[in-house]
Design a protein around this ligand. Sequence first.
Ligand SMILES: CCCCCCCC/C=C\CCCCCCCC(=O)N[C@@H](CO)[C@H](O)/C=C/CCCCCCCCCCCCC
Ligand SMILES: O=c1ccn([C@@H]2O[C@H](COP(=O)(O)OP(=O)(O)O[C@H]3OC[C@@H](O)[C@H](O)[C@H]3O)[C@@H](O)[C@H]2O)c(=O)[nH]1
Length: 407
Amino acid sequence: MYYIDAQTQDYILFFLGVLAFVIYGMSMFFIMVSHFGVFCHFYKKTNSLVLDDSLPGVSIIKPLMGIDPLLQENLESHFTLNYPKFELLLCVPDDQDPAIKLVLHLKEKYPDVDCKLFTGGKKGIINPMVYNMAPGYENAKYKYVWISTSRIKASTDIILDLVNKLQPPNVALVHQMPFTTDAKGFAATVEKIYFGCCLARYYVAFNMLGQCCATGMSYMFKKAMLDEVNGLIYYGKYLAEDYFLTSALHEKGHKLVVSAIPAQQNVAASSVKAYKDRMVRWLRLRLNMMPIVSGILEPLGDVFPLGIWIGWSFYHFFGISPYYVFTFHVVSMILLDYIQLRMVQNGPVLFSFAEFLAAWFFRELLTIIVYIEAILQPRTIEWGGRTYLVKYGGLTTIVDRSKKALS
Ligand SMILES: CCCCCCCC/C=C\CCCCCCCC(=O)N[C@@H](CO)[C@H](O)/C=C/CCCCCCCCCCCCC
Ligand SMILES: O=c1ccn([C@@H]2O[C@H](COP(=O)(O)OP(=O)(O)O[C@H]3OC[C@@H](O)[C@H](O)[C@H]3O)[C@@H](O)[C@H]2O)c(=O)[nH]1
């Protein structure tokens, strides 16, 4: 049996103890930068745009698949935008999709809105969302393109902020940090806490520090600049098209900017299981794209693992009770998260502080299950009724063709 002598053991414990301080310091640094970023940047009106024909036209692509009780509200929020020049390019993957009926109804209700419906996607594209959006993208007539997924509720303030921030010549893309509208219920509270606390801890900081960190839920870009890096359809070979296309723009030296208004995901069918499955899907994507960051640093930076580790480290070096340190860490994280959430929300939340606490603890513990589920089968991703196999590096194949094949 291999024997580790006492001195080597001391070195290992010393290293682990110091590493806890390093990870803790980095985590706190990112959290502080994010707080600062949200405080200084979010909901600050910087646009001085005059609503006239000199504003660039915007092609809004909305991939749709199926319906949700709030889809009509989301679609109408696009039809009613007060913006001089825009077209709505609504896309459905096949001619049986239930969203078609709703789209036809809205086209009739708003005959003055320039709206086109594309059915059937573009064959040969693996990513189902890119497959669905491809005809819209190819037919977009304006220089600015806004991809706004079906969960997203739009507003005039949002389109103006996106357009305004996209104007400088070196800016290629403006993205919204994912967030949610207000909905009652435990699952909706858990979701809001994920986006307003956990995701916000790093999303804003990485962007402020010049890292490429964006999601494909709602983003506006200059079509010419995306076409310079092969165009949207090229990224349909990846399931995480957002990560790869934003990385390509970033590597080319173009600027990506966060909108001052977080994305308003507005869906009715929220459940804890749906939330957990989505977290597993996203984590599996990240594990394939950045295994060290998402497989090691991300879980170590979570509140409970980091609290246990830093508690042990304080005990190891200074003999301070790990229970005190752990409790201090958890309480300070709860307060920091609550402050952050209220800044991202920019107003009152629907739940009480006690409800926040219950959902916060539940979500932090659920993260452990999400991590285990994701890491056990990191390559298999279920999305939109199909199963995909993501190879290391991100290239993807469809393994379950039971639902109508895309290619
Ligand atoms: C010392 C503690 C360090 C903790 C590090 C935590 C790293 C967390 C990584 C990402 C957090 C932000 C994630 C936002 C996206 C989450 C949703 C998602 O997965 N979306 C996917 C599908 O839309 C999308 O394809 C993924 C996009 C990921 C972008 C993240 C890029 C982050 C790159 C940051 C690199 C700097 C890391 C430095 C760490 C020391
Ligand atoms: O099979 C599908 C699944 C989804 N979609 C559409 O794609 C959009 C996003 O779908 P979801 O809301 O399920 O996905 P998420 O918000 O979780 O997606 C996120 O993760 C995967 C990335 O590729 C996306 O860029 C990002 O938005 C929706 O508009 C949906 O209608 C399809 O067109 N086909």
